[in-house]
Ligand binder design. Structure first.
Ligand SMILES: Cc1cc2nc3c(=O)[nH]c(=O)nc-3n(C[C@H](O)[C@H](O)[C@H](O)COP(=O)(O)OP(=O)(O)OC[C@H]3O[C@@H](n4cnc5c(N)ncnc54)[C@H](O)[C@@H]3O)c2cc1C
Length: 477
């Protein structure tokens, strides 16, 4: 099979950049400036992270007031706030802090406003309006009720029921769920029990999705879609097992659901092969295709920290170039017509070169309907519009939260901030990107290096310990 050449991808990315520039509205430009300010001034990122975290955790206004003043003194007043907001903060520092019961609610409101393009309000009618707007523009919405890694069964139950309720809403037709958000007892020593209970819960969620069909853009009745997000490496095996076991049940033979592959893991290829083999058998037995969303992976910091604390090998590929190379390597496999037919593909990336490679590969292989392009709400909202003009199927990942549960949004926001400011990440270099400028050259060379490596990237997992094969330590020295 012919390959897509790197020079074609670079040309595609150049055209895309030009079209993206024409599509950017003045509001979106302001949003981009805000991110650019965070990239250029690391203290502002610290400011925002600390403020978001503490303002959602400290309930007492007097205590929060004290912390807010300390944080402003430490990091200064970031220039991503509007002129009027900066004036208000100065006023607060000059004397407004003497009235915490007035100042703190205003402060929290303003902070929430700063993030309202990234985290959508779950309250009606705000959510209704947002979803209706996207529907009108033929842009799919994957609603993600924020919250992950629950600490107790009560909270887990609440989140689980929340997913079931969301599937009853007429305007929500696609949701993403996280196993760690609906089940608080994931323990490797109770693997079989965890799997059994999670298969039961996921079965109920799929059933609910089937009982509440919706009318799609082509006026056809369709089951609602449920995607299983991928999180930490430690839960990867369990997540695939639960997915496959649930969908092996006869009652879900005609139900299409989705899962994720993270290409920052060398395990991506074996994960892909496992899913595609399962999907092939299922379709051969008269069942429906499944779907995989390809992502690079968002828990880089977490995986590195946990590995170093435990003295384990980090499961993630060591460089960004290798991660990009692995993404293209998996695209080469996933976008083969015989594979995409049974395991549809979601290309989830904001990187023009990654999107360009996938687009050209689809064109070359004659793949249209079985691929969607997926992006995160609020990161670069003009890009989905450009993709729609190119007649691509678009799905926006839409995190939603109610004001009183904003704490649930903090870890999501911090991951997005990391992504927007990571030294080698596309978005970090994308604000004010000019053709043939320094940033463009950096991104282009990063792509060319990854392209050169895509057929030789490591696909063997780094964590290989099998405790069944090692004898336990019996004596302590
Ligand atoms: C619709 C959608 C859904 C998503 N769902 C999930 C999900 O379920 N699970 C999940 O984990 N992520 C998910 N993500 C996030 C995704 O994994 C990426 O982090 C994000 O999209 C950035 O990738 P990119 O191609 O847009 O940008 P790029 O800038 O090209 O890639 C950034 C990524 O490269 C990798 N990277 C950067 N620096 C290094 C380094 N030094 N060493 C090794 N790797 C490095 C990291 O994975 C980083 O996130 C989702 C993203 C989207 C758009």
């Amino acid at each position: 099979m012919e390959t897509v050449t790197s020079s074609c991808v670079v040309e595609w990315a150049k055209d895309f950049l030009e079209q993206a520039g024409l599509e950017l509205t003045s509001d979106e430009q302001k949003e981009q400036k805000k991110f650019a300010s965070l990239v250029q001034t690391p203290e502002y990122k610290m400011f925002l992270t600390t403020m978001l975290d503490e303002s959602s955790q400290i309930r007492d206004n007097a205590q929060l007031n004290k912390r807010v003043r300390q944080i402003i003194r430490k990091y200064g007043i970031p220039d991503f706030f509007s002129k009027s907001d900066r004036f208000l903060i100065r006023l607060y520092m000059a004397g407004g802090y003497l009235f915490p019961s007035i100042a703190m609610p205003i402060f929290k409101y303003k902070l929430r406003k700063e993030t309202d393009k990234i985290i959508i309000a779950e309250e009606r009618p705000l959510l209704t309006q947002h979803l209706a707007g996207r529907w009108k523009n033929n842009i799919g919405q994957n609603v993600n009720l924020l919250g992950e890694v629950v600490l107790g069964d009560g909270e887990a139950r609440h989140r689980y029921e929340h997913y079931l309720e969301a599937l009853e809403m007429p305007d929500i037709n696609y949701i993403s769920i996280k196993l760690s958000g609906i089940y608080a007892q994931i323990k490797s020593l109770a693997y079989e029990q965890n799997k059994r209970e999670l298969v039961g819960m996921l079965s109920n969620i799929y059933r609910k999705a089937m009982q509440n069909p919706y009318t799609n853009q082509s006026e056809k009745q369709e089951y609602k879609f449920v995607n299983l997000d991928m999180e930490e490496y430690k839960d990867m095996e369990l997540t695939y097992d639960v997915f496959i076991e649930t969908l092996s049940k006869e009652e879900f033979k005609n139900y299409t659901a989705g899962i994720v592959i993270q290409t920052y893991l060398p395990d991506a290829e074996s994960n892909f092969r496992r899913l595609v083999e399962f999907a092939k058998k299922r379709v051969a037995n008269g069942g429906c295709p499944l779907k995989v969303r390809l992502v690079k992976g968002c828990n880089l910091q977490m995986e590195s920290i946990v590995s170093s604390l435990k003295g384990w090998s980090c499961p993630v590929l060591p460089t960004k170039v290798e991660v990009d190379a692995n993404y293209m390597h998996i695209l080469d496999l996933a976008l083969r017509p015989e594979n995409a037919k049974v395991l549809n593909v979601g290309v989830a990336s904001h990187n023009f070169f990654t999107i360009g490679y996938a687009t050209l590969l689809c064109e070359q292989n004659g793949i249209t309907d079985s691929v969607t392009f997926e992006m995160l709400e609020g990161m670069a909202n003009h890009l989905p519009r450009v993709m729609r003009k190119l007649k691509k199927n678009i799905i926006m990942y839409t995190p939603v939260v109610k004001a009183q549960h904003f704490l649930n949004a903090v870890s999501y926001l911090v991951r997005r901030l990391d992504e927007n400011t990571g030294k080698e990440n596309f978005l970090t270099h994308s604000f004010n990107l000019k053709l043939d400028g320094r940033e463009w050259e950096f991104l282009k060379n990063q792509f060319l290096d990854a392209y050169g490596l895509k057929d030789a990237v490591n696909t063997k997992p780094y964590r290989t310990q099998d405790r069944r094969k090692t004898s336990p330590i019996t004596k302590v020295a």
